[in-house]
Design a protein around this ligand. Structure first.
Ligand SMILES: Nc1nc2c(ncn2[C@@H]2O[C@H](COP(=O)(O)OP(=O)(O)O)[C@@H](O)[C@H]2O)c(=O)[nH]1
Ligand SMILES: [Mg+2]
Length: 143
């Protein structure tokens, strides 16, 4: 059982969060399939961008304690269905990434979208600049 499974559109920062959790060097690598890290599960962005893959995500999520919906604050559109979080009978949290690249308005919009998706709690981070990451990781350790 892993602590968290990350889901979110391509480029939103899921793999970077996994690398950070495992204290690996941050380097870009395209995620082609579900990948296991020490305490996290990484998923390809295509899985949440296409509703036909939702079942694959639900199956993969059974191996994690928490679902982390990763939302890039700079992204133009939300691709995730309202109420998506209710498909999991688990704690679903939202993680807004790239906050140092985003405006206040963009960050607030991301929060609204995550609330519509139905997350329990929202974290705001910049993984590259190391902002808010410690608070998120401390929360994960306590679960
Ligand atoms: N500035 C900034 N860049 C980020 C952040 N998270 C990810 N990135 C960058 O966004 C790109 C895609 O990240 P990646 O983790 O591969 O996204 P994934 O497709 O969700 O796995 C990479 O170039 C990362 O360095 C963040 O919080 N801040
Ligand atoms: Mg990836």
């Amino acid at each position: 059982m892993k602590n968290i499974i990350f889901m979110g559109k391509t480029g939103c920062g899921k793999t970077t969060l996994c690398q950070k959790l495992d204290q690996l060097e941050l380097k870009y690598k395209k995620t082609q399939s579900i990948e296991l890290y020490t305490d996290a599960i990484d998923t390809p962005g295509e899985y949440i961008e296409n509703r036909g893959f939702y079942n694959a995500l639900i199956v993969a999520a059974s191996d994690a304690k928490i679902i982390g919906i990763v939302y890039d604050a700079t992204q133009e559109r939300n691709y995730i269905a309202p109420g998506f979080a209710s498909r999991f009978s688990k704690n679903v949290i939202g993680i807004i990434t790239k906050i140092n690249l985003a405006t206040e308005i963009q960050i607030n919009y991301a929060s609204e979208m995550l609330s519509m998706i139905g997350v329990n709690k929202i974290f705001k981070v910049d993984t590259v600049d190391d902002v808010g990451v410690e608070e998120l990781f401390t929360y994960l350790e306590k679960q």
